[in-house]
Write a protein that binds this ligand. Structure first.
Ligand code: NAD
Length: 299
């Protein structure tokens, strides 16, 4: 069934023709994604003859889908869950951060050679930079060790973060947390520790000593939108950065607690989401995404 198309007022020229470069997003489920809106609006704004489409692809169809990138000479693709680790075996090369995270969210096709990158961590660092903040030389307390926290930890360490204190539950992500500690220690000068989140005294002390507190757990979004890992504003100090990777809702419980504490630099995950897209966009097109324009559209 055809959907109504809005915003097209006449014949399309110079776009979606025989020369269009195709970028995909391979994940399952994926129809909810904001990435097509983000990338297609950026292509249109810059007059780039590219298009970005979602493909419902799980692990079962992944090998053929990656092969299709080569066969159809697509410029590349994003990959999301459940494919971020699984896709590695079908690629030719990996970026350093991807290797350290053991995950890929962006594939670039250079004449049949497929390179995997992870841009989520770059998105985090750039979102902070855009707000005048940096990870360089800083102490960060990081809650989580999953798909968002791992690239955040790895990229922050690669970009000169002095110390990362990871807190996680003793759940199915504990082994990944241990792996993150080992990988970061082996590859960077960043000091990194792992503590059970249940040790609330250690958690509180760590936040008090930190320049940055980042929650990458998803606590604060549905079905946990009334929860925050920090409930007491006195745990925060005013001159720190508090960052929640959640972007729905735009203001999480954690952010409210931080604002109550008088913390000036409190951020949700929308900047990270746009900046990880911008980093992928640059890898495919060589151009800077007009991020302020895109933020107006999707925020
Ligand atoms: P994940 O399932 O891979 O990891 C979840 C992490 O949270 C794990 O470390 C787990 O141990 C921990 N956790 C889960 N429930 C918890 C609880 N009740 N208390 C304490 N810790 C708990 O998920 P993910 O892909 O890393 O996503 C995490 C969050 O980051 C989600 O909200 C997601 O929307 C967000 N995210 C944002 C961006 C962005 O660009 N802003 C990108 C990726 C993910």
């Amino acid at each position: 069934m055809a959907n109504e198309i809005t915003g097209v007022n006449g014949p399309i020229t110079g776009w979606l023709d025989g020369h269009t470069y195709l970028i995909g997003l391979m994940a399952y489920p994926i129809r909810h994604s904001m990435s097509p809106t983000m990338h297609n609006n950026a292509f249109a704004k810059l007059g780039l003859n590219y298009t970005y489409l979602c493909f419902e692809v799980g692990n079962d169809k992944l090998e053929k889908a990656v092969d299709a990138i080569r066969t159809l000479d697509m410029r590349g693709s994003n990959v999301s869950m459940p494919n971020k680790k699984e896709v590695i075996k079908y690629l030719d090369k990996l970026s350093k951060a991807s290797e350290m995270c053991d995950a890929v969210n962006t594939i670039v096709n250079d004449h049949g050679v497929l390179t995997g990158y992870t841009t989520d961590g770059i998105g985090f660092v750039r979102a902070l930079k855009k707000e005048g903040q940096t990870v360089k030389g800083k102490i960060m307390t990081l809650a989580g060790a999953g798909g968002a926290a791992t690239p955040i930890a790895v990229q922050s360490a690669l970009d000169g973060c002095k110390e990362i204190r990871i807190f996680n539950l003793h759940d199915d992500k504990w082994a990944q947390a241990e792996k993150n500690v080992k990988t970061i220690e082996e590859n960077t000068d960043c000091k990194v520790t792992l503590t059970d989140l249940k040790d609330q005294d250690a958690f509180k002390k760590s936040i008090a000593e930190s320049d940055i507190y980042c929650d990458a757990t998803g606590v604060g979004m549905k079905p946990l939108e009334d929860m925050s890992l920090v409930e007491d504003p006195s745990w925060f100090h005013k001159d720190m950065v508090v960052f929640d990777t959640v972007y729905a809702p735009r203001t999480t419980k954690l952010m409210k607690v931080a604002q109550k504490a008088g913390v000036e630099h409190v951020f949700n995950g929308i900047g990270m989401m746009i900046e990880q897209g911008a980093a992928s966009f640059k890898l495919w097109t060589g151009e800077e995404m007009p991020t302020d324009y895109i933020k107006q559209i999707i925020d």
